[in-house]
Design a protein around this ligand. Structure first.
Ligand SMILES: [Zn+2]
Length: 288
């Protein structure tokens, strides 16, 4: 199996301190991370910025082949199979083996993503703790989603999720994932850039003041996988759009309506999902 070496950049401050890690393009078509990371790396290399303490490592493109093809993944979703395996059976499984050591070596980890639907940036706090909440409040987003790991552990979900933040949590790291905006929206790269800056300030690696935002927290409750090409959304759902109990979410392959079981928020709707991919999620607001 041939693949390009994974490119990474590391910078060290003059004193000991936290090791911070950023991943871009775990999904190949999510270009905000690579753009923001390259801009930040340029600023550190040229001396426009310098670190106060600790270190920062950047992996601008975690999935080079998918990035070149501008596609989410080549063989398997890297962010559902992220774990070490002895005999990797796919391109992404081999990538996971290459990328896992970066997470094992860091203290704080941020995974930069973008999404298909348009909507405001938001954060996944998959492993809530004082450390992850404090980091989340420093990021350029107003909303955070909790409950992803619990949702994927339920037997009725019937799919696993081995992802980067799970891997980080298993190794005792504070890890978050930020969805910076819509894939093609240039603003998403700005959000990713500010997320890098604020994370480094929050950790004391850069000097400055990081915000402490109030976050609206939505708890994931349900995932619908697309079962057939014949399924159709009832409307052009926006990310984090409110849906009332009994409102039609989509029509199944027989044209029968599938309705919301309760008042909820639609999360990451993906009209173009392939069969067996995530189609949409539902969540409930638990705090504002
Ligand atoms: Zn992604």
């Amino acid at each position: 199996m041939l693949w390009r070496m994974i490119e990474s950049f590391e910078f060290k401050g003059p004193e000991a301190g936290p090791a911070v890690l950023f991943f871009g393009a775990i999904h190949g078509n999510e270009v905000c991370g690579p753009k923001a990371i390259r801009r930040f790396v340029d600023e550190l290399q040229s001396g426009v910025r310098s670190l106060q303490k600790g270190s920062v490592t950047f992996v601008p493109v975690c999935s080079p082949r998918a990035y070149e093809a501008n596609t989410r993944y080549c063989e398997e979703n890297l962010n559902r199979i992220f774990k070490r395996t002895e005999n990797p059976t796919s391109y992404e499984a081999a990538l996971a083996n290459e990328l896992a050591p970066f997470i094992e070596r860091c203290d704080v980890f941020l995974d930069l993503h973008s999404m298909t639907a348009s909507g405001k940036p938001f954060i996944f706090i998959d492993f809530p703790s004082d450390a992850t909440h404090a980091l989340a409040r420093s990021l350029p987003a107003e909303m955070a989603i909790v409950g992803w790991p619990e949702l994927y552990k339920r037997p009725e979900t019937e799919h696993d999720s081995f992802d980067t933040t799970t891997y980080a949590a298993e190794h005792g790291k504070a890890g978050l994932l930020i969805e910076c905006g819509q894939h093609e929206d240039p603003e998403a790269a700005e959000v990713a850039y500010r997320a890098i800056e604020n994370t480094l300030i929050h950790c004391g690696v850069l000097l400055g003041n990081a915000p402490e935002n109030d976050l609206t927290i939505i708890e994931m409750d349900r995932v619908f996988f697309r079962k057939s090409e014949a399924e159709k959304f009832a409307k052009d759902w926006q990310h984090l759009e409110h849906v009332n109990k009994d409102e039609i979410l989509f029509y199944d392959e027989n044209g029968a309506p599938v309705t919301a079981p309760y008042d909820a928020y639609v999360i990451m709707p993906k009209e173009s999902a392939k069969v067996d991919e995530e189609w949409l999620y539902l969540g409930k607001k638990i705090s504002a």
